[in-house]
Each structure stands twice: as C-alpha cells, then as structure tokens.
Design a protein around this ligand. Structure first.
Ligand SMILES: *Cc1c(COP(=O)(O)O)cnc(C)c1O
Length: 394
C-alpha cells in the first residue's frame, strides 16, 4: 500500500528530535579551522565553560567529552568507591547507572512517582529509613552490608525532580549528591536553574538534547571539587614538560570544535526554549480531549519541555506500541521512555525499591516530535495522527 493510498501522510518524515543549526555554528567552526584550534583545548572551550557557568548560576563548569563521562568523573570526585551503593531513579537513561558501575559501585533503583514521573522522594526516604542503618556516620544497606555513598537525582524529560528534600536527606545521612541534569538545561526548580542544585551536577549535549554539540559538563560551586574534576578529566597531569601524572586520570575533554557549536547554540538558548515551550503548549491544547495523561508542570517547577511525552490511558483503546506503529505509518517518529533499569540485563539483579510506577509509566509512554524549530504544520500533523489512531477504533 502506498502512502497516498493510506491517506496517512502528506509530508516528509517528522523526526522525534534532530539537531538544529540556527545561528553562528558554521561561522565558529570556520574560526576553529582558520586558527588551527581544533582539538581538546582552545578559546571556544573556555567560552563555552564560562557561558555554561553563567547560565546555570554556577561558579564552575568543566566541559567533558560526553555527559556520561561527566557523570563518571563527578561520581569519582564525590568519593564513590568500588562496592559502594548509589541511589538512582529506575526510570532514566541507562547512562545514569552505567556511570555508577564504571566506579565499581552498585546502583540501588528507586521508583518514579506517578505525577511528574521523577524519582520518588518519599520512596527514597523510605528506603533509607527501612533498609539502611547508620554506623558511625556511615549509612549501610542492611541487606548487603555495603556503604551507601551517594544519591543521583535525575531530572527527566526537562522537568525538575523535587530535589530540595533529596538534598536534605543527603545532608541528614551523610550522602553525596550528584545531579544528573543531562536533560534539564533551561529548566528551573524553585526559581533557580535546575542545574544549580546539588553539590555536583552534570549536563549532556548529545545530539537529541537542547544543545547538540555532543559532549557534557560538570557543574559545581566548590573550587576544590572543580579543580579535582578538571584534573581527573585531563589525565591527572601534574607537569606539562615531564608528563608526570598523579593518578589514573581520564581523557574526557571536549574539543574546541564541539565547544564552538556549543557556544553558538547557547547564544540561542532562549529561542530554543521558546520553541520547546510552544510545542508543549500546542500539544497540551490539542490533545487535551483525548484519553491521554499529559505531562504536568509542578508548582515549584518550570520545565524546559525537552521531550514532550504522553501516557496512553487504558481508555484510549489501543496499546502504546499500536499507537506508535500508526504514527510510524504516518511518517512520524515517536519513542517510548527508556525501559526501566530494573528490567535491563546489566541491572536486573540490582536492588530495586518498590519499582512499580516506573514500569507502568514506561509501558504507556510515547514521546512526540519536538525538534527545535518544528512548525505548526508539523505539530498539526502529529496531533492529527494521534487523533486518527483513536478514531480508527470507531
Ligand atoms: C543524555 C543523558 C545522559 C548522557 O549523556 P551523553 O552525553 O549521551 O553521554 C545521562 N543521563 C541522562 C538522563 C541523559 O538523558
């Protein structure tokens, strides 16, 4: 059957999220070539870091090769050691847990709450009080005997997690906090940037994020932490002439070429956020009448609307894979949320604390196209395709 015969489509394929080049990207890249600053040092790296720190209200930003690398080095600097345990959301991209494993530590998976789909602070508290015991200022998991060292709160989909009580819990129990803010550039929590919260926070600039240079960054307000992150991310070099290295470091630096694109895209951050917000408002308005659970903004939150995701209610009459297949036939790319970590081969055996909502949310989830700069025609096509998936039932 041809596309015409189905009547399902009258345009090009709409991607879920594609990089958008809107400003000085090409000009700054040409500058890298002209000045020969093309590798892991250069003026754009410095500018990118300064811009990131300013935009997030942080004293320091250290650009890294990927968001995953940034998380890895942040966890190491937070003191996560082999055989420690780290509390993390069950419903997140696998990198949040992989970085914990790179340290030789064990993720303990905490459920998502059902309203904003973020890591559940009540369950986090409940895990600490019912499953752990404090010995001389060290929190231990009673079942495993291991030291619980840190919490990795994750802001998923550009909506902030309720982080203030998590930081309070961490202080109370002597835990370190490394925030995975990979998806939350441009989001606010209680009128401050979401990435401004926590001792250490991490951003990603992977191709489907708000800034698409590839790469990541560690953010902190602590001078000593910043220095240590930079040291470990640049091969722990003590001396430039003799090549003395004081530790087993990493080559986790961002290149000047990537930073050049990053600088150009941060210049457009407001414009990018407006596009995301308008896409979200459009979908909210036009999908409100359908049996879907639409994403909500908490009273204390301003979402960046990084990835607009709906849940298919039972009343919709079709399963999420069925709806996704129909969208695909209409040449519209959609995606469910990540399979929860507790269902993934490398993490199936990790302790998972009452992970029920994460599984249900993921099962019903469908992310809709939201490339920066998507126009109303394409937004309308998405809405029409969702409506058609429902009407096809009648
Ligand atoms: C994208 C992402 C990362 C990792 O970033 P990369 O730059 O792809 O390594 C980590 N955590 C979350 C929640 C992400 O969405």
């Amino acid at each position: 059957m041809s596309v015409k015969e189905t009547g399902a489509n009258d345009g090009a394929r709409i991607p879920l999220s594609a990089p958008a080049m809107l400003g000085n990207e090409a000009r700054y890249l040409a500058e890298c070539v002209a000045t020969n600053w093309v590798s892991s040092r250069g003026p754009f790296v410095d500018r990118f870091e300064a811009q990131l720190a300013a935009l997030t209200g942080r004293r320091h930003a250290i650009a890294c090769a990927t968001g995953t690398a940034a998380l890895h080095v942040a966890l190491l600097v937070a003191g996560v050691e082999p055989d420690d345990e780290v509390l993390v959301s069950d419903l997140t991209f696998v990198a949040s847990a992989n970085a914990i494993k790179y340290c030789g530590a064990w993720p303990v998976l905490i459920d998502a709450e059902p309203v904003y789909w973020q890591m559940d602070v009540d369950k986090l508290a409940s895990f600490i009080t019912t499953c752990c015991t404090s010995q001389g200022g060290t929190l231990r998991n009673r079942a495993t005997g291991r030291r619980v060292k840190a919490i990795v709160p994750v802001h998923i989909l550009g909506h902030p997690v309720d982080i203030e009580p998590m930081i309070a819990l961490a202080q109370q129990h002597n835990l370190r906090v490394v925030v995975d803010a990979a998806e939350a550039l441009g989001a606010d929590y209680r009128d401050r940037p979401a990435a401004a919260w926590g001792e250490l926070a991490v951003l990603s600039f992977n191709g489907n994020k708000l800034v698409t240079t590839g790469g990541g960054a560690v953010l902190t307000d602590d001078d000593r932490i910043a220095e240590r992150v930079r040291y470990l991310a640049t091969t722990a070099k003590d001396d430039d002439v003799e090549f003395l290295h004081g530790a087993v470091g990493f080559n986790y630096r961002l290149t000047n070429i990537q930073a050049a694109v990053g600088v150009a895209q941060l210049e457009q951050l407001d414009q990018r956020l407006v596009s995301k917000r308008e896409t979200a408002a459009y979908y909210q308005r036009h999908l409100a009448a359908l049996p879907l659970t639409l994403p909500r903004e908490a009273p204390w939150a301003r979402s960046s609307w990084w990835q607009f995701t709906v849940l298919i209610d039972d009343g919709f009459g079709r399963s999420r894979p069925d709806v996704a297949a129909r969208m695909d036939a209409a040449r519209i790319e959609t995606r469910p949320l990540w399979t929860p970590l507790s269902k993934q081969a490398p993490y199936r055996d990790c302790q998972a604390f009452h992970c029920e909502h994460s599984v249900d949310i993921q099962r019903r989830s469908l992310a809709l196209p939201g490339t920066v700069g998507i126009d109303d025609d394409d937004r309308q096509r998405v809405v029409t395709a969702v409506q058609a998936a429902r009407e096809a039932l009648a």
